[in-house]
Design a protein around this ligand. Structure first.
Ligand code: MGD
Ligand code: MGD
Ligand code: MO
Length: 767
């Protein structure tokens, strides 16, 4: 391998031809098929003995937190195991018996790996050794841990300023590891701490903080049983938060009405068979959604404005409005209601695609009940007006006084199992001054005050050569971010890229001039440090912090825990002069938790309370005391215009969604069972009439094209699938379609890539 060898890696994998089959979408979610599929995945990856051992530990009080979603565990956990089909897949993927060894990397060059898709790469198994890709080399080779740390330390020290380094994090990282990671970045001298949340619920956190003073949800599981109306908006829980269906079923049995707002009729919300109940195995299951509003893509502001306008126009409007609450606890009602009066029904109906009768029926439900919960996920946050989406829904709750009381509130349903906790303990490019003060006090240094880069800004900085070392605590930056080809260039311009990972992915193939793979322990594995076996802690979507302890023996004896890896990097970068006792903290994680307690409010007696089986709630002023810590001390009504999409002739508005058989960029299999799409992921779902008008046949292959700022982006070879969705809409899977999303097409305020509203054209392929 010549020293000046230029790597010829591909930003995008080769497209492999696959036989696919398109069936009718399913009517019922979960049930026996879900259990069978879960077991099959478990057996394929882990074998029988390991499957039984591991699955018994998921989400149990003495077990580990499921590495799948962030939905909380009920107090009465099922003896049959508290997990779902997709949780079982997440566990099987981590606890697989397949291995990616140094021998594998000897055979496979990074160029060859870069031709492979995420499905193929992920199935190779767990990473076993630290590996280095040296400048001018085409293959990774093994490296000793200390040498890897020294390389990182040397490269970081050689930077002109600490702001040329980027410390990315994904949301599986424990509180303990995340806290140390942000400490390393800040002690080194930068707030460049982007995370997956920038692409996820940033619009929720940012939007909520402005209007209610807290950037998190305000409800608990108990509130679901007290709620009278539950909205599920822009979320597909049957696939992405399957245990939420159990909560919704309970709520329904207690009398709640469920309203589902989505361009797609997602199966999981139609009927549900509880896999852990005998009656879930028989009969037709529980009907979940009572009202399905098939809104246009990004039609939610219009829809919610319609519901609120209908409320104002009711004869009993005076009784329906929570007048005392509005008077005492809010500001902005006058301007808000005036705007609603001025908004013509025609634009509401056009933009939402929902009939006035349906809107009035929804308003009737809201008028009759005041215990309302609104749940949402990526269907709302990943739009240019993602923040407006969130704040518009808050307006509805404020009209009814439905915040900070039992059975009512906001529920942004988080993605990664600890994405909320990571943010709580300091992963944030824009930390508050108070946080920095306390961090500096606890560790005796002056943290940097300049705001750091978020995910999109980090890509742009690397592309411009302004950031040169990229470190990734978990995640898959190349495939998760927008504009894949541009991001690939950005990463390739770095001096060094470092991936701290459990599994192989495309970010290991498309790298900086030099690259490191640092393999780490996963949630399922036991973590032994100098003082003995350790556990970690995580925060779920409802602000409960609890412990998680793995029990499997590690996938390889060379793995290190995430905290140990951070400490290794810190020692090599900062030397002994940092005044921070990295080794002591890693020897026993109680020492890390003591520091978290010292820096972050709400963690009093952390080490004691985190040992309690159900963990503890972090304080939440809205939930606990109906207190709004905004600038005015009140909740804010806000005014948002209905977004316009003047689609050019022949164009479609595309949303990128998850199939039932993936976890973000980790592809479990090729069966999007509920939607009936099998064997293929390069598909584009279209309305049948749009297909006819465009002269497209089911099963035909087209190229997808987006054009922003004169730049044409192409995603080749997508198979056309007829589906129930609004006219002029298209749905594709993430991450295959990410190449079409421009890096600068982002949500106002939160900078979240607008990957649910991309204007595309379909281009016929030459015959
Ligand atoms: N099994 C599994 N579990 C997961 C994940 C996974 O990939 N697999 N990912 C995890 C992560 S990180 C996250 S953030 C969550 C994601 O969970 P979701 O947000 O449920 O995931 P998406 O597939 O992105 O689905 C978004 C939903 O929004 C709808 N939608 C799109 N555009 C609009 C719109 O404009 N308006 C409305 N009302 N709806 C719209 C789509 O049709 C889809 O049903 O799940 C987490 N859990
Ligand atoms: N177009 C489009 N793009 C999107 C989205 C979308 O809906 N549409 N969704 C966005 C969202 S919501 C999110 S959250 C991001 C996700 O972005 P990321 O969090 O960056 O991506 P993941 O695919 O979740 O990361 C998977 C990798 O994490 C590593 N890993 C798994 N478990 C562990 C662990 O315990 N420790 C460590 N260190 N590594 C681990 C494995 O190597 C695996 O390959 O993607 C975003 N991108
Ligand atoms: Mo997410």
């Amino acid at each position: 391998m010549a020293a000046n060898y230029k790597r010829n890696v591909q930003a995008l994998p080769d497209v492999v031809s696959a036989e696919g089959a398109i069936h009718e979408p399913k009517e019922v979610g979960a049930g026996p098929t879900g259990v069978r599929v879960a077991m099959q995945h478990a057996l394929d990856e882990m074998g029988l003995v390991r499957s039984l051992k591991v699955l018994n530990q998921v989400n149990q009080k003495d077990g580990f937190d499921c590495p799948g979603c962030a939905w909380p565990d009920p107090e009465d956990r099922s003896a049959l195991g508290e997990y779902c089909e997709n949780g079982a897949k997440a566990v099987a993927t981590e606890a697989t018996q397949a291995r990616v060894t140094p021998e594998f990397f000897r055979v496979w060059s990074v160029e060859a790996l870069s031709k492979k898709d995420e499905y193929w790469l992920g199935k190779r198994g767990r990473l076993t050794h630290p590996m280095v890709l040296r400048s001018g080399s085409s293959h990774y080779e093994p490296i000793a841990w200390d040498d890897a740390f020294r390389l990182i330390g040397d490269e970081l020290q050689a930077l002109d300023t600490p702001d040329e380094a980027v410390f990315y994090a994904s949301g599986r990282t424990s509180n303990e590891a995340a806290f140390l990671y942000q400490l390393l970045a800040r002690r080194f001298g930068t707030n460049n701490l982007p995370d997956c949340s920038n692409m996820c619920h940033e619009s929720s956190g940012y939007g909520l903080k402005q209007v209610i003073g807290v950037g998190k949800g305000t409800v608990t599981l108990a509130d679901f049983e007290k709620a009278e109306v539950i909205f599920v908006v822009g979320q597909n829980p049957g696939t992405n938060h399957p245990r939420m269906l159990g909560t919704l079923q309970k709520a329904k049995r207690a009398g709640a009405t469920i309203v589902h707002v989505n361009p797609l009729p997602e199966t999981g919300l139609r009927r549900f068979k509880h896999p852990q109940e005998v009656r879930g195995w028989l009969g037709t299951g529980t009907r979940l959604a009572d009202l399905f509003l098939q809104v246009r893509i990004n039609g939610d502001v219009a829809l919610f404005k319609g519901i609120m306008k209908a409320l104002l126009e009711r004869d009993d409007a005076d009784d329906v409005l929570a007048n005392a609450f509005i008077e005492e606890k809010t500001t902005g009602f006058e301007a808000f209601s005036e705007d609603l009066r001025q908004t013509p029904w025609s634009s509401i109906l056009d933009a939402s695609g929902i009939s006035k009768a349906e809107i009035e029926a929804t308003a009737e439900l809201v008028a009759k009940h005041e215990r309302l919960i609104i749940c949402w996920a990526m269907g709302l946050t990943q739009h240019v007006n993602g923040v407006a989406n969130v704040q518009t829904m808050v307006n509805l709750l404020l009209m009814r006084g439905a915040l900070g009381k039992p059975g009512a509130g906001v529920c942004p349903v988080r993605g990664h199992s600890n994405v909320q906790g990571d943010r709580t303990v300091g992963i944030n490019p824009r930390p508050s001054a108070v946080f920095l003060d306390r961090l500096g006090e606890a560790f005796g240094f002056a943290p940097p005050r300049r705001h750091g880069l978020d995910t999109v800004e980090a890509i742009q900085a690397m592309h411009a050569g302004e950031a040169k070392v990229f470190i990734s605590m978990g995640g898959n930056f190349l495939s998760a971010t927008p504009d894949t080809a541009y991001t690939a260039e950005a990463l390739q311009r770095c001096r060094l890229t470092v991936q701290i990972s459990t599994k192989l992915n495309r970010s290991h193939a498309v790298t900086g001039q030099q690259a490191l793979i640092l393999p780490c322990l996963g949630r399922t594995e036991s973590d032994e440090q100098a003082s003995g076996l350790q556990f970690v802690s995580v925060e779920n979507s409802m602000g409960i912090v609890h412990n998680s302890r793995g029990s499997l023996s590690p996938a390889s004896e060379h793995l290190r825990s995430e905290p140990a890896i951070v400490a290794g990097m810190a020692r090599a970068t900062l030397g002994d002069a940092s005044g921070i006792h990295w080794d002591e903290m890693v020897a026993g994680y109680d020492h890390i938790r003591e520091k978290i307690e010292a820096v972050i409010p709400g963690f009093d007696n952390y080490n004691q309370r985190v040992r309690e089986p159900d963990g503890f709630y972090l304080p939440n002023p809205v939930r606990d005391d109906q207190q709004f810590n905004t600038k005015t001390g009140r909740a804010h009504f806000t005014v948002h215009a209905i977004p316009k999409h003047d689609l050019p002739e022949g164009a479609f508005l595309m949303m990128t969604v998850r199939s039932h058989d993936q976890y973000n960029t980790t592809i479990y299999g090729l069966d999007d069972r509920y939607r009936g799409i099998k064997g293929k992921r390069r598909v584009v779902m279209l309305h049948p009439t749009d297909m006819t008008e465009a002269g497209l046949r089911k099963g035909e292959e087209v190229d997808l094209v987006s054009v922003y700022d004169g730049v044409e982006r192409i995603a080749p070879r997508f198979t056309v699938v007829p589906f129930s969705l609004p006219r002029r809409s298209a749905a594709t899977y993430f991450p295959e379609a990410n190449v079409l999303v421009p890096v600068n097409h982002v949500a106002k305020g939160s900078n979240t890539p607008a990957s649910k509203s991309v204007v595309i054209w379909l281009r016929r392929r030459p015959a």
